[in-house]
Design a protein around this ligand. Sequence first.
Ligand code: RBF
Length: 169
Amino acid sequence: MAVKGLGQLDQEYDGSKLRVGIVHARWNRVIIDALVKGAVDRLLSMGVKEDNIIVETVPGSFELPWGSKRFVDAQKAKGAPLDVVIPIGVLIKGSTMHFEYISDSTTQALMNLQDKVQIPVIFGLLTCLTEEQAMARAGIDAGKTMHNHGEDWGAAAVEMAAKFGPNAF
Ligand code: RBF
């Protein structure tokens, strides 16, 4: 039995009044698409309305912090503020130092983004040593050895918005 992962939530959450943003990178697209689908499916299963899931893309993971910031700002300016945002990216180690620099700087920036946008930011960034590791974590490796981590991100988004989002108290 798998013990890793989010597992069961601590209570049932109602996502029916939440607006959720997904900003995803387009590098490693097959894996990204599976993760985004996992997140969207979980959001829908927790009651989030399809119309309230807004998806935008950026080129690569390095663009996620700024893209997410502007996306959150733009939705607010339109009068339809988000309750939570899920940036999604897949970084796969190559033969240079790029992976280390982008993984570290993007992670730090996404963490700090929460103070800037004042809504929860979910950490939807895979930082994998191999393509196989990334595919397993998106639930699309041949042996289906792991679950789709996008599902965990969808569940975390609804929980964080419901408990600690801008309309939670
Ligand atoms: N972006 C990703 O989202 N995942 C990657 O695995 C990834 N690897 C990269 C490797 C190299 C050598 C370079 C130059 C860029 C890579 N990027 C990757 C793109 C990066 O996040 C960004 O979009 C570009 O550097 C443009 O700012």
